[in-house]
Design a protein around this ligand. Structure first.
Ligand code: GCU
Length: 421
């Protein structure tokens, strides 16, 4: 009996302290004192003075993100086989050309299959393209009823009427508001999208599915999680885009929302072929500074989504000040290529101010590489973008991707790539 009472006591202490720690902080006056690492100081204390120094410093920061946050991506010696499976020259009421391409990622005997959906402006040659995963299947981005439904595992989403882990016709067009494809092609951009679950299913599956199973590697505390797997998937899609003559592969903008924004940032850091990176409401583990402990924390994210990062990231649960890197350095890894960070004012979970401050603190690296200083020290008014090689906006509303967001990204890409308006 005594033993039972003791166990119950321990369990309740654990429960209450755990519960308390899990309560998010939304009060700026309760932000702890924190010191961010200086991206322009080497691990040995020496100063980074030249762009050449930065290359070496960049490698240090990248290696730290690999071992402490995202995990190390295994070496790839496989190939990507592309097969055109459909094409339509008069898609979207004759505004666009559309094609679906089957991409087989082949590593010896092992294979992972992705279906890429591409919309291009009707009469374009060599179009700049936004590459972005979708959450619910390619068919959720459009009302066009001949776009394929994914065969792979999909999230069990009641609102889509999905109960058996497979996408159905009922999900067609359900994400339309996030995919204003007509408006995008009208401005001369293409869109390339893949269902993210084709690349790696978003659940803790012991890394047996998706691209993880292409490799035999033993798992350890530095093994890659799903965010790194999605980022790596973006690079394999890029392998195909580079060979597609309808696309200007020097103008690929990798863009992601939320968890896929985290993946877009890591893709941009890992693969210099992406000319521009967009982080839409990426929050914790993405553009938001972890050390602020505002909204979602390392504890929350590694508890709810243990498969997203390498297990070393758990060392920083309630121990954020020990993190050797933070999100300003993640943005800096993308320099000098343009990065656009966007927040939504009601999206406190993603810590808009933390996302903004990462831009401020990434700026010295961009400046060393020749960019002008990031154009704000205080978070801007709503819907007032700050533009430069680092761009930022905060808009009214919730955690989402809206036409406003897309228009800002297109304005920025038009300016950066000097496209005709
Ligand atoms: C959850 C998670 C976030 C993530 C978001 C999303 O809210 O806590 O980290 O960004 O899902 O991907 O929609």
């Amino acid at each position: 009996m005594k033993k039972l009472v003791f166990i119950l006591f321990i369990a309740s202490v654990h429960y209450f302290s755990y519960g308390q720690k899990l309560e998010p902080n939304y009060d700026d006056s309760k932000i702890p004192f924190y010191t961010l690492g200086n991206p322009l100081i080497f691990n040995n204390g020496r100063e980074v003075k030249t762009p050449k120094d930065w290359n070496r410093r960049r490698a240090e920061i990248y290696a730290t993100f690999e071992s402490e946050q995202f995990g190390v991506t295994p070496k790839w010696k496989g190939k990507v086989k592309a097969t055109l499976i459909s094409q339509k020259s008069d898609a979207l009421q004759d505004l666009a050309r559309r094609k679906e391409v089957r991409l087989e990622l082949i590593n010896g005997e092992k294979k992972c299959v992705l279906t890429l959906l591409i919309y291009l402006p009707k009469n374009s040659k060599n179009a700049p393209v936004f590459l972005s995963y979708n959450f619910d299947g390619n068919h959720s981005t459009t009302l066009e009823n001949d776009v394929l439904i994914p065969e792979s595992w999909v999230a069990n989403k009641k609102e889509l009427g999905i109960t058996d882990h497979h996408a159905t016709e009922s999900g067609r067009g359900k994400q339309l508001s996030r995919w204003p494809i007509k408006e995008i092609v009208a401005r001369g951009f293409g869109v390339a999208t893949v269902y993210y679950g084709d690349v790696d299913p978003d659940f803790d599956d012991g890394f047996k599915n998706g691209v993880h199973q292409l490799f035999d590697s033993q798992r350890d505390s530095k093994s890659w999680g799903s965010i790194a797997a999605w980022a790596w998937g973006y690079s394999r899609i890029m392998d195909y885009l580079e060979k597609d003559n309808d696309i200007d592969s020097k103008k690929i903008i990798v863009m992601g929302h939320s968890r896929l924004g985290k993946a877009a940032l890591w893709a941009g850091a890992s693969d210099k072929r992406f000319a521009m990176v967009v982080s839409n409401n990426s929050g914790c583990g993405g553009a938001a500074l972890s050390k602020r402990i505002y909204g979602e924390t390392v504890e929350r994210i590694t508890t709810s989504y243990p498969h997203w990062f390498c297990s070393n990231f758990k060392k920083y649960v309630n121990n954020e000040q020990a993190l050797p890197v933070d999100s300003h350095e993640l943005l800096a890894l993308i320099a000098p290529r343009p990065i656009y960070v966007a927040s939504a004012v009601e999206d406190n979970w993603a810590d808009p101010l933390g996302e903004f401050l990462a831009c401020v603190y990434a700026s010295p690296v961009y400046e060393l590489l020749g960019s002008t200083k990031f154009g704000a020290t205080k978070i801007p008014e709503l819907s007032t973008p700050v533009n430069g090689d680092i761009s930022y906006h905060i808009r009214p509303g919730k955690h989402d991707v809206t036409l406003y967001d897309w228009n800002c990204y297109m304005d920025d890409a038009t300016r950066y790539f000097k496209l005709r308006k």
